[in-house]
Design a protein around this ligand. Structure first.
Ligand code: GDP
Ligand code: IMO
Ligand code: MG
Length: 425
């Protein structure tokens, strides 16, 4: 039994949480492989809304074991807040969440630097969760891994090293007070005591689970177009939400992957700064935001909204090799009498046959649209493909044919039952 990987195919917030939750009912293990508490994955069950930042969205199924992989940057404070939140809603988390030993830790000083650096440099519009500074420490070999919490001497040494570098930055660049070693180490020791019970000694837990035939689901955060290597740098996150990240972020082989599912929102959204060719800074964008409740699940920021962009999605497909698509929020398009889909870009009047990686070029492109008729019929809650209006089916076929990837799941609402499994009909 090989693992299923679920990836965001656009700029995040595609509806990964909902789809992972649904697929988790047939799984034994659900693992996160990158990102941190910058993610906000929403799962609606009956009248309850669960927003998961760090803990995999499989947690709502009581037989699922959840794993936080080595590619994640884990903020212990956010982690315990989330556990408390889940326990408060009667979700038993005891013995069901594990952290790989080589997972990087976000310390309070990472958050501090994240927020300070936003004001000084080119604005990225980060979530302010310390993600960039924690991955910076990881690459600079100044990071703290979960396993370090078991050895006070190493922890002291690593905190001191990391702080030394940051204090130079604070003093010389941000003109701020330095981080105090004694209070930083106290915080670290306190976190260590609480987090140790969750930390595994075995970094190959997920690898072994797959080898043992356990059903493993791998949950991406963010989306392919925010990838630090393949997105429009620097308007990206600091990890690889693409397929390679799933391998390095959990220590598994490409042969262990059975299926890669792209989560595609039926239109496009983006939070924070960066190029967005199909953005609608007009009534259409406002309508999409209003009907789709497009406000950040982590920061509450209004999301920028626009038409579906198949040029960027073809690029996303090329770098990830999706086997199938789960398309979400089809119901949000119900009210529009016509729908636009971007099928190519023009630059200075000339058609571009590729997705420009350079953000300055992407900022300048003009989207070229195909116009499809809307269905003007509320499709919310439809769970049978045959019941979809013909125009909605044509909209879906257009996407499938352009990307040459089959759509296997169609989401028509935020609840579990509001889902079509295309092959089951
Ligand atoms: P994620 O980060 O990819 O998990 O997505 P978010 O949770 O940030 O944002 C997706 C939002 O859309 C959440 O509020 C979901 O409850 C909601 N959602 C997911 N699927 C659907 C759908 O098919 N229709 C509607 N109307 N809402 C959906
Ligand atoms: P989920 O998993 C949408 C965006 C931020 C910012 C950029 C860098 O819910 O889809 P960071 O804090 O990561 O350094 O911010 O990335 N961003 C997301 N946008 N969904 C997310 O997660 C995001 N996580 C980060 O808005 O533009
Ligand atoms: Mg989200």
């Amino acid at each position: 039994m090989n693992a299923i990987v679920v990836l965001g195919a656009q700029w995040g917030d595609e509806g990964k949480g909902k789809i992972v939750d649904i697929l988790s009912c047939d799984c034994d293990v659900v693992a996160r492989f990158q990102g941190g508490a910058n993610a906000g994955h929403t799962v609606i069950v009956k009248d309850e809304k669960y927003i998961l930042h760090l803990i995999p969205s499989g947690i709502l199924h009581d037989k699922v074991t959840c794993v936080i992989g080595n590619g994640v940057v884990l903020d212990p404070i956010a982690f315990f807040e989330e556990i408390e939140f889940l326990n408060g809603l009667n979700i038993d988390t005891d013995g069901r969440i594990f952290i790989l030993p080589n997972t990087q830790i976000i310390m309070p000083y990472h958050r501090l630097i994240d927020n300070l650096s936003e004001h000084k440099d080119q604005k990225i519009g980060t979530t302010g969760r310390g993600i960039g500074p924690a991955y910076t420490d990881k690459s600079a070999r100044l990071g703290i891994q979960a396993i370090d919490f078991f050895d006070e001497e190493i922890l002291r040494f690593k905190v001191a090293n990391s702080i030394k570098q940051k204090n130079v930055l604070l003093k010389n660049y941000y003109e701020q007070e330095s981080i105090n070693f004694d209070s930083a180490i106290c915080e670290a020791m306190d976190l260590a005591e609480r987090i140790k019970p969750y930390v595994l000694k075995d970094s190959l837990f997920v690898n072994n689970a797959i080898a043992q035939g356990r059903r493993v689901l791998i949950e991406g955060a963010q989306g392919a177009l925010l990838d630090v290597d393949h997105g429009n740098y620097p308007f990206v996150t600091s990890s690889n939400p693409t397929i390679g990240g799933a391998l390095t972020g959990l220590g598994i082989s490409p042969k262990a992957i059975g299926e890669t599912i792209a989560i595609v929102k039926s239109y496009a959204t983006r939070v924070g700064e960066g190029p967005f060719p199909t953005e609608q800074k007009n009534e259409i964008g406002e309508q999409l935001r209003k009907i789709g409740s497009e406000f950040g699940a982590t920061t509450g920021r209004p999301r920028r909204c626009g038409w579906l962009d198949l040029v960027s999605l073809r690029y996303s497909t090329q770098i990830n090799g999706y086997d199938s698509i789960a398309i979400t929020k089809l119901d949000v398009l119900s009210e529009f009498s016509e729908l636009k889909i971007c099928t190519s870009y023009k630059l200075n009047g000339i058609v571009l046959d590729y997705f420009p990686i350079d953000y300055k070029t992407l900022e300048k492109v003009e989207p070229v649209y195909s116009v499809l008729p809307g269905w003007k019929l509320n499709v919310r809650g439809i769970s049978n493909y045959d019941e979809l209006p013909i125009e909605a089916k044509k909209y879906l076929s257009f996407i499938e044919e352009f990307l040459n990837v089959p759509i296997r799941i169609v989401s028509t609402g935020s609840e579990r039952s509001e889902t079509i499994f295309v092959n089951d009909n």
